[in-house]
Design a protein around this ligand. Structure first.
Ligand code: ARG
Length: 243
């Protein structure tokens, strides 16, 4: 082989997309313990990761996880950078205008988290006039905005829940609006904080695909159905949630 052809081949190989044919690029935001987060070796693990891998096996597609900030996931689908999203993402009417969702695979709700020594904060209205932390682009952020107003400087929007919870721990914010299972995971991990409200919303998580991608959506729904029937869904749920 001539040097020239070798060089051209090398270039082509570098330029070739790293995604294999048939591989589905699934966006997530691995900042949402226990649904998706990174372990000490920086592997992305969690309930959603197990679910999407099982759904892919049962539905006939390979999964490649792509980690990015939560507020860019919908756009990632719209621009075609992502084929699917699994990220503890609540099925909402607003999101449905831009992307399509699978059948629901998990139920959750927003709750308030405060320092253990802080009394009250039993309902969403209690955050009025307070300094509140949320993750950017979430339903929790939306709930807080409804009470506090959209551009309220006391509503602190972070890209990472680790930051939101450390801000609470050191007392720079008064409360967090966050999904209940994630609140539980952080309360178990961080001393001195508590869940102060009952569930304040009813939310269902769905796996999202690009709008109109009926082929992939059918595979995802078929995979979900299959893992419900085989018992694998229950196994994964029991592995990550004690209750
Ligand atoms: N369930 C909430 C929502 O859909 C929060 C999801 C945040 N997920 C994440 N991986 N950071 O807005």
């Amino acid at each position: 082989m001539s040097r020239f052809i070798q060089a051209v081949l090398a270039l082509v190989m570098v330029a070739a997309p790293s995604v294999r044919a048939g591989e589905v690029v699934v966006g997530t935001n691995a900042e949402f313990m226990p649904f998706e987060y990174t372990d000490d070796d920086n592997n992305i693990i969690g309930y959603d990761i197990d679910v999407i891998n099982a759904v892919g096996r049962a539905g006939g597609f390979d999964v490649r996880i792509h980690n990015q900030s939560f507020d860019t996931l919908v756009e990632g689908l719209e621009t075609g950078k992502l084929d699917a999203v699994i990220s503890g993402m609540t099925i909402t009417e607003a999101r449905r205008e831009k992307i399509d969702f699978s059948e629901p695979y998990y139920n959750a709700a927003q709750v308030l988290v405060v320092q253990e020594k802080t009394p009250g904060y039993e309902k969403i209205g209690d955050i009025e006039g307070k300094v509140v932390g949320v993750q950017l682009g979430t339903t929790g952020a939306g709930m807080a905005e409804e009470v506090m107003g959209e551009n309220n400087p006391d509503l602190k929007q972070f890209r990472k829940y680790n930051e939101v919870f450390s801000e609470l721990r050191i007392g720079r914010i008064d409360a967090i609006v966050v999904d209940l299972p994630v609140a539980r995971a952080y309360v178990d991990k961080i001393p001195g904080i508590r869940i102060s409200s009952p569930p304040m919303s009813e939310e269902e998580y769905g796996i999202a695909v690009r709008k109109g991608n009926a082929e992939l959506l059918a595979k995802v729904n078929a995979g979900l159905k299959a893992i419900h029937e085989s018992g694998e869904y229950d196994e994964i749920t029991a592995k990550w949630f004690q209750n």
